[in-house]
Design a protein around this ligand. Structure first.
Ligand code: PAF
Length: 280
């Protein structure tokens, strides 16, 4: 497995693979790999000849009050996981090459990045679209795989890819959960055992709203309330619970066909997100 630290080197390798007509799949990550990432790697491996995993904790998607400094990093462990999973190359550029002094260009998606996480994390998606754009231009993949847990991120990236005519397919892998239902996230490790238990309320809330939806409930107010109550009863602080269109992310009052129930909640200082697509 190759470890590539430099953007030019990455582009040179990708151009060589492309000359040989090899299909390149990219799994963009911030490291601290877990089973959720592994499932994205597996999806990439099935479709690609060359699987590249990028590992870069991107400073521009964290606001000054967020956990950039504390974000878990363990390159040796990530490298072993990638090697064991048959990844072709890790692309892990240095921050000062990605954002050299004087860096002054960014990519902004103006619609889908505004609601949900965009409200409480106003600079987040601009950081994400900018780094993903840079990763695309460094790795030159045929497709890239993102997780449905970050449903809004996947939609924003799809929109950016279409709007900017990137010749890259965006593939979205399903949410991977711990055995008890908590959605896999690098941030789960911040939770104390007690908070970890309370945080399961998010999953239970989502399951409850699936249940009432399956029994015919279409009123988004009642669906949101059941999730909110479950989380608040277990000590969680709601950032948002929304019921939105799965395409436009606009709020829905009465569900017709399908809807995305999206949740962000704090347990202690840890902000967790999760979602469910309700579909008839
Ligand atoms: O989902 C993530 O881990 C990050 O937002 C991404 C897509 C790797 C960009 O930094």
């Amino acid at each position: 497995m190759k470890i590539i630290r430099n953007i030019r080197h990455m582009q040179r390798s990708s151009r060589a693979w492309r000359r040989r007509d090899l299909v390149i799949g990219l799994g963009p990550t911030m490291g601290c790999l877990h089973r959720g990432h592994l499932s994205l790697i597996e999806i990439a491996k099935k479709k690609a000849d060359i699987t590249v995993v990028s590992i870069f904790v991107n400073p521009t998607q964290f606001s000054p009050s967020e956990d950039f400094g504390a974000y878990p990093r363990n390159f040796a462990r990530d490298r072993k996981i990638c090697a064991d999973s048959g990844v072709t190359a890790i692309f892990s550029p240095r921050a000062d090459e990605v954002y050299p002094p004087g860096f002054s260009t960014s990519v902004t998606e103006e619609l889908l990045s505004k609601p949900l996480c965009g409200k409480s994390r106003p600079i987040h998606f601009q950081g994400v679209t900018t780094i993903v754009c840079k990763l695309f231009l460094a790795v030159l993949p045929d497709f890239a795989v993102f997780g449905q847990k970050d449903a809004q991120q996947a939609l924003v990236i799809k929109k950016m890819t279409t709007d900017l005519n990137f010749p890259i397919d965006i593939v979205v892998g399903p949410i991977i959960r711990e055995v008890d239902g908590l959605a896999m996230s690098s941030r789960n490790r911040y939770l104390s055992p007690e908070r970890r238990k309370s945080a399961l309320a998010i999953y239970r809330g989502i399951e409850l709203c699936q249940e009432i939806f399956d029994n015919g409930e279409r009123d988004s107010g009642r669906i949101k309330k059941i999730v909110t109550n479950e989380i608040e009863t277990h000590g969680g602080r709601i950032d948002y619970v929304e019921c939105v269109s799965i395409e436009s992310l606009e709020s829905i009052e009465k569900i017709k066909g399908s809807a995305l129930v999206a949740v962000a909640a704090y347990f202690g200082d840890t902000r967790l997100i999760d979602n469910r697509v309700l579909e008839e």
